[in-house]
Design a protein around this ligand. Structure first.
Ligand code: AMP
Length: 279
């Protein structure tokens, strides 16, 4: 497996793959890899001949009060995991490689990025779009795989790809959870044992909402209120809980099974978790 640290190496490698008739899939990550990330590599391998995983904690998507400096790292383990999953290459740039000191160009999606996580984190999706657009130009993939765990992120990236004519297919891979339901996340490492136990209320509330919808419930306000009660009872403060349309991300008053999802973000003692479920 190749381990690259410069954009030039990655670009040359990708172009060489294509000249040799092989397709390339990109899996962008911030590292501290877990089973969720590995599922994206497996999904990517189904679609393309070779997979490149980028590992880069992108400073431009963190606000000054967020956890950029505390974000967990374990690069050596991450490289070994990528190799074990059959990735062909890993791209591990540093911030200077990705951003010239006087970089002054941004990529910003201005509609889907506004609500939900974008409302609480106003510069977040601008940073995400900018770094993903750069990774797309650097790695020139045929396919890129993102997790449903970050539902709004995939919607924003799909819109950017459409609007800016990136010739790249975007795949959304399902959420991987711990056995007890907690969605896997690099940030789960911040949870104390007690907080983790109480964090199970997020997935429990979403599963219960899905069961209610399967049993005929359609009233979004009622579903959202029940979820709020469930997580609040366990000490989690909801940032947002919304039944939404999966394409436009607009909040719905009535669930439309097949095209609706519930998006959820909660905070507790400075830690913020997100989760979602398709209805
Ligand atoms: P991150 O390293 O958190 O930026 O995530 C990199 C990619 O992995 C994103 O596309 C995430 O949506 C995806 N991802 C993170 N956690 C999970 C999970 N539990 N299941 C599936 N995909 C995930």
């Amino acid at each position: 497996m190749n381990v690259f640290t410069t954009s030039a190496e990655v670009h040359a490698w990708s172009i060489a793959q294509k000249r040799a008739g092989r397709t390339v899939a990109l899996v962008p990550t911030m590292g501290y890899l877990h089973e969720g990330h590995l599922s994206l590599i497996r999904e990517a391998r189904k679609h393309c001949d070779c997979v490149i995983v980028s590992i880069f904690v992108n400073p431009t998507q963190f606000a000054p009060n967020e956890d950029y400096d505390a974000y967990p790292h374990k690069e050596d383990d991450d490289i070994a995991l990528c190799e074990a999953e059959g990735a062909a290459a890993v791209f591990l740039p540093n911030a200077d490689e990705m951003y010239p000191r006087d970089a002054s160009t941004w990529v910003e999606e201005t509609v889907l990025a506004k609500g939900y996580c974008g409302a609480q984190r106003p510069i977040h999706f601008r940073g995400v779009c900018t770094v993903v657009a750069k990774l797309f130009n650097i790695a020139a993939p045929d396919v890129a795989v993102f997790g449903q765990k970050d539902f709004q992120q995939v919607a924003v990236i799909r819109r950017m790809v459409r609007d800016l004519n990136f010739p790249i297919e975007i795949i959304r891979a399902p959420i991987i959870r711990d056995e007890d339901g907690l969605a896997k996340s690099s940030r789960n490492t911040y949870l104390t044992a007690d907080m983790r136990k109480r964090a199970l209320s997020l997935s429990r509330a979403l599963f219960a909402a899905k069961a209610a919808v399967d049993a005929g419930e359609r009233n979004a306000a009622a579903i959202e209120a029940t979820i709020r009660e469930t997580v609040t009872a366990e000490g989690w403060i909801p940032d947002y809980v919304n039944v939404i349309d999966t394409e436009t991300l607009t909040p719905l008053q009535e669930v439309l099974p097949g095209t609706s999802a519930i998006l959820l973000a909660c905070r507790c003692e400075g830690i913020r978790l997100i989760d979602n479920i398709l209805l």
